[in-house]
Design a protein around this ligand. Structure first.
Ligand code: AMP
Length: 183
């Protein structure tokens, strides 16, 4: 199970704030806002998240609402790729592709504009946190629905105990930080 091994990540781990019981009891929320206040650290994060995909052609970066947008835009710029927004229902104004996915209770969906990805485009998916993998798996399906070719998925944080990676099939998955923190 390949994970990016990057040295000297202490400062980046130090800029992630843990908030217990948010947004509901039992969830330990990984808050990236302290990282957003540190331009040098954020720049490094973008470099590290884009790095594993620099040697492959990437036409588009599909960023998942909403914290995925923050990371996805500079990663797209770093890779010279276009930016595709994957949004919750009701937000995108033009014709859409839509994929529904299961939540603990009920369902949710993500959408992209139909003209956001051209058939054959090579697409990298970006989000802040890989938890159960439900959201990212839906993003992979929407890429497929649009006729795109998946290059991989890049996360800032992976919550390994939830095994979300297993839901992402054989695609190349990279995460910069892991919790519990690996040695
Ligand atoms: P999942 O579909 O379970 O992989 O959840 C992924 C989405 O939920 C991501 O877009 C994250 O932003 C958010 N998320 C899930 N768990 C956490 C967490 N512990 N801390 C921060 N964000 C989370």
């Amino acid at each position: 199970m390949a994970r990016t091994k990057v040295k000297g990540l202490d400062a980046i781990y130090g800029a992630i704030r843990d908030i217990p019981d948010f947004p509901k009891p039992g969830i330990l929320f990984r808050d990236i806002t302290p990282l957003l206040k540190e331009p040098k650290l954020l720049k490094r994060v973008i470099r590290e998240m884009a790095g594993p995909f620099e040697n492959r052609p990437v036409d588009s970066v599909l960023a998942i609402e909403s914290r995925g947008f923050i990371l996805g835009a500079p990663i797209a710029l770093a890779l010279g790729a276009s930016l595709v927004l994957a949004r919750k229902p009701g937000k995108l104004p033009w014709k859409r592709h839509r994929v529904e996915y299961e939540l603990e209770y009920g369902t949710d969906a993500i959408e992209i504009h139909q003209d956001a990805i051209e058939a054959g485009d090579r697409v990298l998916v970006v989000d802040d946190v890989l938890a159960t993998g439900g959201t990212a798996a839906a993003a992979l399906r929407v890429v497929e629905q649009a006729g795109g070719r998946l290059v991989g998925v890049s996360f800032l944080i992976e919550l390994t105990a939830l095994e979300g990676r297993k839901r992402l099939g054989g695609t190349k998955v990279r995460s910069l930080l892991t919790y519990p923190r690996s040695a």
